[in-house]
Write a protein that binds this ligand. Structure first.
Ligand SMILES: N[C@@H](CCC(=O)N[C@@H](CS)C(=O)NCC(=O)O)C(=O)O
Length: 456
């Protein structure tokens, strides 16, 4: 690396820090000796960079120091362009306009080749799951910025409406929703409010008694004291079901935004106590401790006593058998449809749906003969026929097969990756509001917001 590059990097290191950085720390990061680092700092100071500090104490760059001219690497430009597109697509109108304006300003001072990169639309932001919004998000941002209390009319997941005064702490933008974290005067606790469930909001003149920074600190501590492993729920457990598992620990390894939702729903249907260990994509999910559970490094998985089960469909089938009191599997002699559709959903619907969604289908009769699912169209037809006019897919009662097959259909409909057929919609509408599923969904949502808000 040239010295010029290194000097620039050192400035960037200082910019990223709010507190003084020791010379040793900067030297390590820059990959130079302490002596070279001291010389580089002196060089930067002589060039006009306002770096306070001295050897042995630490260095800090005074705010306001600007580096002329504005220069970015190609990847920085791509990051900016993609980020701005995300903001333009997923936030409120005012922020979208601001993102576009900011890009226009940056573009105006860039050299021609980088300006083209900024405008290149090779990286695009896909559609999110847009829920209708009653209020303008701008209002929430304003309340956060001005540190004011908000009076809101909030409808919870059960449809009950409450009027509350809240002190906004942070606004989280997730793939499918926006969540306002706030202190709630009604509950005297921190609560998370889905923005699409806020039916009305009014900024009050009153300010919270504490500054937002202090509230953020409390809120983070409050959230982070809960471990990643959350206590069991199992509200609908029968005394029998609870008794039966007291001796065996039941753990769900999941990520709230994953197929783990299916196993989570299954656990809520069973009603036995369980705990959840959240695995983060790219990190803990590929850590040796978890690879010992699932060598694929994928979620979900469960551990029940000494039994480990992976593969969502297998988890559903296993739990139905391990907790017969829940009545989620037909009697063994009547399991024809049950096994058939459970395996069909895992072995045929899933690959057909996912391959089709990414634009690849077995095209020739030869390929269709080789692939277990034949073709996407054949799978859709068979599935539609299986659920047509039926409340449940295997027999007259709800079973684990409905959880798995239903989840595939529900997911497919929600993300537009299976045909929107009337048979699918009718079948799914009989399942999607089961209390156990809603409970699992609400818990997963809380885990997702907690996870997303943890400091990185
Ligand atoms: N065949 C598995 C698929 C599991 C799977 O692909 N899980 C995804 C989340 S939905 C995952 O863990 N991805 C993370 C990764 O592969 O790193 C099942 O049905 O359970």
């Amino acid at each position: 690396m040239s010295r010029t590059h290194r000097l620039f990097d050192i400035l960037q290191m200082l910019r990223r820090r709010r507190r003084p950085a020791s010379g040793a720390e900067l030297a390590r990061e820059a990959g130079v000796s302490l002596r070279t680092l001291y010389r580089d700092i002196a060089a930067l100071q002589s060039l006009g960079a306002e770096i306070d500090g001295e050897p042995g104490v630490g260095y800090v760059l005074r705010p306001g120091f600007l580096l002329p001219p504005l220069m970015f690497s190609e990847e920085e430009i791509e990051a900016l362009a993609l980020g701005a597109r995300w903001v333009a697509r997923r936030t409120d109108n005012a922020l979208s306009d601001a993102a576009r304006n900011a890009v226009a300003k940056i573009s105006a001072v860039l050299p021609k080749n980088l300006e083209e990169r900024l405008e290149d639309d090779a990286l695009i932001v896909g559609p999110g799951w847009e829920r209708p919004q009653h209020i303008d998000l701008r209002l929430l941002r304003q309340a956060l910025r001005e540190e004011r209390k908000l009076a809101v009319s909030y409808r919870d997941d059960k449809g009950a409406r409450t009027e509350r005064v809240i002190w906004p702490v942070a606004l989280g933008f997730f793939e499918s929703t926006r969540v306002l974290a706030a202190w709630c005067e009604l509950r005297a606790a921190f609560r998370h409010f889905r923005a699409d469930r806020i039916e009305a909001a009014l900024i009050l003149d009153a300010r919270p008694p504490r500054r937002r920074r202090a509230l953020v600190k409390d809120w983070r501590q409050n959230m982070l004291t809960e471990a990643d492993s959350v206590p069991a729920y199992g509200r609908s457990a029968s005394a029998d079901a609870k008794g039966a598992v007291m001796t065996k620990e039941l753990v769900l390894y999941t990520n709230p935004q994953s197929r783990g939702m299916i196993a989570h729903w299954m656990l809520e249907e069973i009603g036995a106590p369980y705990s959840i260990e959240v695995k983060d994509y790219g990190t803990t999910i590929k850590a040796p401790e978890y690879l010992a559970v699932n060598p694929m490094g994928k979620v979900p998985a469960i551990r029940h006593g000494d039994q480990v089960v992976t593969e969502t469909a297998a988890i559903c089938a296993y739990l139905a058998d391990a907790f017969p009191q829940a009545g989620l599997a037909p009697e063994p002699p009547a399991r024809g449809d049950y096994y058939r559709w459970l395996f069909f959903a895992a072995g045929c619907v899933e690959p057909a749906m996912n391959n089709h969604a990414v634009g690849w289908d077995p095209a020739t009769p030869e390929m269709q003969g080789r692939f277990g699912y034949g073709s996407y169209a054949a799978v859709m037809d068979a599935l539609a026929k299986a659920v047509a006019g039926r409340r449940y897919i295997a027999g007259d009662t709800f079973t684990a097969a409905d959880i798995y097959v239903g989840s595939m259909i529900g997911f497919g409909l929600r993300f537009g990756v299976i045909d929107r057929r009337a048979e699918f919609e009718a079948y799914w509408s009989g399942l999607e509001n089961r209390p156990a599923r809603l409970r699992a969904g609400a818990q997963a949502e809380k885990l997702a917001s907690k996870q997303a808000w943890e400091p990185v």
